[in-house]
Ligand binder design. Structure first.
Ligand SMILES: Nc1ncnc2c1ncn2[C@@H]1O[C@H](COP(=O)(O)OP(=O)(O)O)[C@@H](O)[C@H]1O
Ligand SMILES: [Mg+2]
Length: 281
């Protein structure tokens, strides 16, 4: 690597930002933001130092318009998961910027970042990551409760979502009593409970057989019809082909960007953002 280490600003320097910067997430931004729902500018993430430094993500510029379903593909180790984690505030970039709903979010303080992850982003993981000791309904309710919803609202919203993912009759089951596909549908319901600006899914069908994969893809299709912005990482070409757009990563950089559905998304997610950011109790 010939990079100058000084190019990479230290995390502590970057993290000096005022915690109150994210205060708007509690009630929505004062003015409706324009532009893409999600934006990465010169995004980079280095693991390790000096000779062992790995630029897992290496200068990614990406705009995701409201309502678009974006598939991120590429070989194992090319930086897909790292990119997704940076986009959702699970990890912080070494360089570059992440903008969500018209706000810069990579320089938020710890508390604001936690609020952001809870309120504005819904994560879906390959291994579901459900809480084993909680029922399906409780798993879906939990992020709503953590975001400040009343128990009643959380219960109602979880019931609605479990119904939407076809699991109304499994609400009181534990994850161990559900199939892989059913667990992933619970995880998707959980990701949606706080009406996130964007759903980020990392190999969401990676553990599933083809029938369960079809169920999940049908669900994503419904989400798209409802205008939900979705970014999913997949190395399954058939899954990627269902997206509106496919970007390919190679060694942490964007190698290809193909729009499959030209009707998808719009650059003015403005009205939608305003509604999504407000929490109705
Ligand atoms: N926590 C970590 N520490 C060090 N290196 C990591 C870490 N996570 C990922 N990497 C490295 O970063 C690169 C990208 O990894 P990852 O984003 O997981 O790729 P993908 O999801 O495309 O398989 C790989 O070379 C991987 O070994
Ligand atoms: Mg990965």
């Amino acid at each position: 690597m010939t990079r100058n280490r000084q190019r990479a600003r230290g995390r502590s320097q970057r993290r000096g930002a005022d915690d109150s910067a994210g205060a708007g997430w509690a009630g929505g931004p004062p003015g409706a933001p324009a532009g893409p729902v999600l934006r990465a500018v010169g995004l980079a993430r280095v693991y390790g130092e000096d000779e062992s430094a790995v630029w897992a993500v290496d200068g990614v510029d990406l705009d995701v318009p409201a309502g678009q379903t974006l598939a991120v593909t590429g070989p194992s180790g090319c930086g897909k998961s790292t990119l997704l984690q940076l986009l959702g505030g699970l990890d912080l970039p070494t360089e570059g910027e992440v903008w969500l709903g018209g706000r810069r979010v990579d320089d938020l303080g710890e508390r604001a970042l936690a609020r952001l992850r809870r309120r504005a982003v819904g994560f879906v993981f390959q291994a579901y990551h459900l809480m084993d000791e909680l029922t399906a309904a409780e798993n879906v309710e939990l992020p709503a409760l953590l975001a400040g919803a009343s128990p009643r609202t959380a219960r109602r919203r979880a019931a609605e979502l479990l119904d939407q993912v076809g699991l109304a009759d499994r609400a009181r089951h534990l994850p161990s009593e559900l199939s892989g596909g059913q667990r992933q549908r619970v995880a998707i319901a959980r990701a949606l409970v706080n009406k996130p600006l964007v759903v980020l899914a990392d190999e969401p069908t990676g553990n599933l057989d083809s029938a369960a994969t079809q169920d999940i893809l049908r669900l994503f299709d419904e989400l798209r019809a409802a205008g939900q912005t979705l970014v999913m990482v997949t190395h399954d070409e058939r899954v990627a082909a269902t997206a509106d757009r496919i970007v390919s990563l190679r060694d942490g950089t964007l190698a290809d960007d193909t729009l499959l559905n030209t009707d998808s998304g719009s650059d003015s997610g403005t009205t939608r953002l305003g509604t999504l950011l407000s929490w109705e109790d």
